[in-house]
Structure formats: C-alpha cells, structure tokens
Design a protein around this ligand. Structure first.
Ligand code: HEM
Ligand SMILES: CC(C)=CCC/C(C)=C/CC/C(C)=C/COP(=O)(O)OP(=O)(O)O
Length: 309
C-alpha cells in the first residue's frame, strides 16, 4: 500500500498514522473521557486493571465504529472540503483494509469487554457500535434530517457502558448520563452544521440546515439547550451527586443557554466579534461536556474523601 500522506514530523510511520486517523481520534477524546468518568463516578469499586481494560474496550469499540463510518462514507467524504483529505478519499489506503480494520477493532473490543468485565457491558458496547456504524451511518444519516437526534444516541453510550462495567446493572444514574449526551448532541452538531452547511448540501446529506432551513435549525438548537439543562441538573436532584456537581451543572447550563440564545434568536455577530455565535456555541459545547463529566468525578472523589456531605 503506497502512502502519499504528508509528513507532519510525528514519530508514527505514515501508514500507521492513516489507520489511527480512521478512528477519529480528536472526537474520540471526549467519547473516551466520558467513558472514563462513567467508570470513576460509578458507586462500588473495580480493580484498576479491570477499569483500564473496560476503558480500553470502549475506546477500541468507538474507534472501530468510527473506522467503519469512514469506510462506508469514503465517497461522501471525497466531496466535502472538511473531509476530503481523510485517508480513504485521499487515496492513501485500500477500502477493504479500512473495512477489515474496523471489523477487527470492533470485534476484539466486544470480546475483551465480555471476557474481562461482563456480558451486559459487552452487549451494550456491541449495541453502541451497531448504532453508530449501521443505524446512524448507513441508515439514518443519508435519509432523515433527524439523523443527529436519533443517531446521536450512539455517542451517549460510553459513560453508560463505563458505569455498567463497574456496577453490572443499568440504573437511573447511568441512564441520566446517557440522556445528557443524547440531548447535548443536537446543539453541538447543528451549531457546526450552520457554518459548514454548504458542504453537506453538496453531497446530498439531509442535515437539518440543508433540509428545514436555517431558522428552524436555530430554533431547535435553542430548545434542545433548554431541555438539556434540567437533565444535566437531574443527577443532583435525584440525590446521585452532591451540590458540587449540582452547582457546576447549573452554572454550565446557564452559560450554554447564554451562548445558545444569540444562535437561536439569529443575532448576528456584533462588530468587533472575532467569531460567529454558532462557532462559539460549538466550541463551548465541547468544553461543557468535558467540564460536566469532570465535575461528576470531582463530586465523587470529594464525597469519598469526606470533603462534602
Ligand atoms: C451524531 C452525533 C455527532 C455528530 C454528527 C458530530 C459531528 C462532529 C463534527 C462534524 C465535528 C467536526 C470535527 C471533525 O470533522 O472531526 C465534531 C467535532 C467534535 N465532536 Fe462531535 N459529533 C457528534 C457527536 C459527538 C459526541 C457524542 C462527542 C463526544 C461525546 C463529540 C465530540 C466532538 C469533539 C471533541 C469534537 C472536536 C474535535 C476537534 O477538536 O477537532 N461529538 N463533531
Ligand atoms: C462506544 C461507541 C461505539 C461509541 C461511539 C461514539 C460515537 C458514536 C461518536 C459519535 C461522534 C462522531 C464521530 C460523530 C461524527 O459524525 P459523523 O460520523 O456524521 O461525522 P463526519 O461527517 O465527520 O464523518
């Protein structure tokens, strides 16, 4: 397999780098972070080696399903500026190699989870992989502008799986963690879709701004942000966390709403502003989720140490 990958000065050989790129490593940092938080925030204890193994399995499953997404969408990716240099449309890799790599990573991840941790967590991981690679990528994404709302559920699995890996059961708290990411995904992605809209239109993907138009998309970003707030605060309300997480969730939710309002009400960037409101919201959405899940773990550590009641 001849590689024409640009040399970026990293130590990794070019072909390895392409395989690594297929796993969408930048997006997966947050996916894996939420999984780690699911493991650390769950009540009960897990041997550190097993905890690490559970996180490794989730990371491999998430990466494997991302590879299958890139394999399936190679032609679509070739038509968009944002994605045209990915390893497959860039012509640096055989399609079959990507497919086999994705199946291998996904298969090993489920087996590893099942054998080392338990088959409930393994079944949830398999469901997440199928959700992202098949239900979202192959079925919903090319067919409906609600693709993100329903398909976004795939990215909501990692903290749930991490939690279940520790406790062995699905309870209200891990379901709430799932719901937080589920309702976070539409504002996260539609904010981005508003400023890369033309690209999706070009390749015929029915993203909300392309099909329904800008105004309804902006309105829905606002309403999903409003809906997200009580769900983000709910772990505190049901007594699953202390005020430390609760206050952080309230503050982050207010900030999210403050940034979503100009997007929802279609306020233009003011003179002197360096960034469009939707770009600001997209960036903040990422910090929001990092901070919220970090707060969940901080809350647990503080309670464990007896620093808070
Ligand atoms: C269907 C659901 C989602 C869609 C369609 C979506 C789409 C995107 C897109 C197109 C980007 C731009 C960057 C790129 O091209 O790689 C992006 C960035 C990002 N997404 Fe999402 N996303 C979704 C869900 C999620 C979830 C569930 C997470 C994590 C929990 C996540 C985390 C991130 C992060 C961290 C970035 C920034 C990556 C960077 O620094 O370049 N996304 N997302
Ligand atoms: C454990 C497990 C299987 C987790 C899955 C994690 C997951 C579904 C993450 C979704 C995030 C993601 C890469 C969205 C990109 O959407 P896209 O693929 O439509 O974006 P693109 O246009 O950049 O390809």
């Amino acid at each position: 397999m001849a590689s024409t990958a640009p040399q970026t000065g990293t130590a990794m050989p070019a072909e390895w780098r392409d395989f690594f790129t297929l796993t969408k490593p930048r997006v997966m940092t947050l996916v894996i972070f939420t999984a780690i938080c699911g493991v650390l925030a769950a009540p009960g204890s897990i041997h550190p080696v097993l905890g690490f193994t559970a996180i490794l399995a989730i990371a491999m499953g998430a990466g494997g399903s991302a590879v299958l997404n890139m394999w399936w969408e190679a032609d679509i990716d070739a038509g968009m500026k944002r994605t045209m240099n990915r390893p497959l449309p860039g012509g640096r890799m055989q399609r079959e190699d990507a497919r086999d790599f994705g199946i291998f990573l996904s298969g090993v991840s489920v087996l590893l989870m099942g054998v080392a941790i338990g088959w409930l967590a393994a079944a949830l991981l398999l469901l997440a992989i199928i959700y992202y690679a098949v239900i979202y990528t192959m079925w919903l994404k090319p067919r409906t502008p609600q693709n993100i709302v329903i398909g976004g559920g795939a990215g909501a699995f990692p903290p749930l799986i991490g939690w279940v890996a520790v406790t062995g059961e699905v309870t209200a708290m891990p379901i709430l963690l799932f719901a937080i990411i589920f309702f976070w995904t539409p504002p996260h992605f539609w904010a981005l879709a508003l400023f890369v809209e033309a690209d999706y239109a070009k390749v015929g993907i029915p993203m909300m701004p392309v099909v329904a138009g800008e105004k309804p998309t902006r309105r829905q970003i606002w309403w999903y942000t409003v809906l997200l707030a009580p769900i983000a605060i709910a772990p505190w309300v049901i007594g699953g966390t202390s005020w430390l997480y609760g206050m952080t969730a309230v503050t982050l939710s207010l900030l999210f709403a403050w940034l979503a309002w100009p997007v929802g009400s279609r306020m233009r960037a003011a003179e002197g502003d360096k960034m469009l409101p939707e770009k600001k919201l997209f960036k903040f959405s990422i910090y929001y989720l990092f901070a919220l899940f970090a707060a969940l773990v901080a809350d647990r550590v503080a309670a464990y140490q007896g620093w808070i009641a």
